[in-house]
Design a protein around this ligand. Structure first.
Ligand SMILES: Cc1ncc(COP(=O)(O)O)c(C=O)c1O
Length: 368
């Protein structure tokens, strides 16, 4: 397999740990191990005693049990735990795609969602979210993209990078279409539970579609990226078994301390999500003011869920703009060109608690 460099990750490798303000992070503000252990009496002592041997390859039964509670029809045995969502994406594609298969991918996208498929010799068609439609996806267009050799549809909602949350009817229709056409739906739901209005929350694909695969992770909604714990949930035993067998060649099993901490965090997942939604809500209020003041410079489509948006710079080249901003202020934005998107957009992340300070710097930069 020939994998092209992951443009976004290479960009982060250059900046993430040496700039002052990450104004484009895709995850939420994190916590310390101490903060997590303080969630439950006795957790600290139990963590000290936690055994550091190999763990069960599919994930510890109690962690899989806790994850299964996120869903309405998933049993613990239908959850496969991975090292982050990234490993699950990699193994899903390895398990299901052959050279010559066709895959339809919601685009722009987190690069691995299309790149891993391409590297395996699959043909990828992009199901494009367009700025002029406020990033909505068109199901008729999807229908036209389906070919006899189409094997899978990859969708991500709430979406990285646009923040798009699909309406319920569309999501139901998408799942019905995938089932009718006998296509696997890989549903990247890493931002689920970050809807600003809980009534907008979509069902998990694995709960309404017997062959779909739902992807979840500790990194985004719960702000615990350093645990490197992700999972798939699915009623599709064939895909599950293939992915489980492939995991023997990647990580074999997960980190024991991470599994302990992920399980603890998930017992309090509503509290963690609410904390991050509070940060998002405060920051969004500042962003609304910022973008209304700078309406001549930026086009702002306000998301309904998640910690990221994809505004457009109306004058100038986005790469030069981001470069000048970082040099002058230490504020990092992510040019849309890293998604191969041509439209002078940039990714903005607003679930970090130092956003107010970063926005003051950004504002000063625009005045100069
Ligand atoms: C949409 C999407 N899926 C998957 C991932 C991978 O998550 P992780 O880095 O926690 O494995 C990311 C990370 O940015 C993402 O944005």
């Amino acid at each position: 397999m020939q994998l092209s460099p992951f443009k976004l990750e290479r960009y982060f490798a250059q900046y993430e740990f040496n700039v002052q303000y990450l104004l484009c992070s895709s995850d939420c503000e994190s916590l310390s191990i101490g903060d997590l252990l303080a969630l439950e009496p006795g957790a600290e002592e139990a963590f000290q005693r936690h055994w550091l041997g190999y763990t069960e390859s599919q994930g510890s039964p109690s962690l899989r049990g806790e994850i299964s509670r996120i869903y309405s029809s998933i049993r613990p045995e239908q959850v496969l735990v991975h090292s982050g969502a990234e490993e699950a994406i990699f193994l899903f594609m390895q398990a299901t795609l052959q050279p010559g298969d066709h895959v339809i991918v919601h685009w722009p996208c987190y690069q691995s969602l299309s790149e891993v498929a391409k590297s395996l010799g699959a043909r990828v068609s992009l199901w494009e979210a367009r700025a002029e439609n406020n990033w909505a996806l068109d199901l008729d267009e999807l229908n036209r993209l389906i070919r006899p050799e189409t094997r899978a549809i990859v969708v991500n909602t709430p979406h990285n990078p646009t923040g798009y949350l699909m309406p319920q009817d569309d999501f139901t229709a998408l799942n019905a279409m995938a089932q009718e056409r006998n296509l696997l739906l890989f549903s990247d739901e890493v931002y689920r539970e970050l809807e600003y209005d809980p009534a907008d929350r979509l069902p998990a694909a694995c709960d309404i579609n017997a062959t779909a695969i739902s992807l979840g992770v500790m990194s985004k909604t719960y702000g615990l990226a350093g645990l490197r714990i992700g999972w798939i949930a699915t009623q599709n035993s064939e895909v599950f078994q293939k992915m489980a067998a492939l995991k023997d060649y990647t990580t074999i099993c997960n980190s024991a301390p991470s599994e302990f901490l992920a399980e603890l965090a998930l017992r309090h997942r509503e509290k963690l999500a609410a904390r991050n939604l509070d940060i998002i809500s405060d920051n969004l209020a500042l962003l609304d003011t910022f973008f209304s003041r700078h309406a001549r410079q930026f086009d702002w489509v306000r998301p309904k869920a998640g910690p990221i948006a994809f505004p457009r710079l109306l004058t100038g080249d986005i790469e030069n703009f981001c470069d000048a901003l970082i040099k002058a202020t230490g504020v990092l934005l992510l040019p849309g060109t890293l998604y191969d998107h041509p439209g002078d957009h940039f990714r903005l992340g607003y679930a970090r608690s130092n956003l107010p300070e970063a926005l003051v710097r950004f504002d000063e930069f625009l005045q100069t």
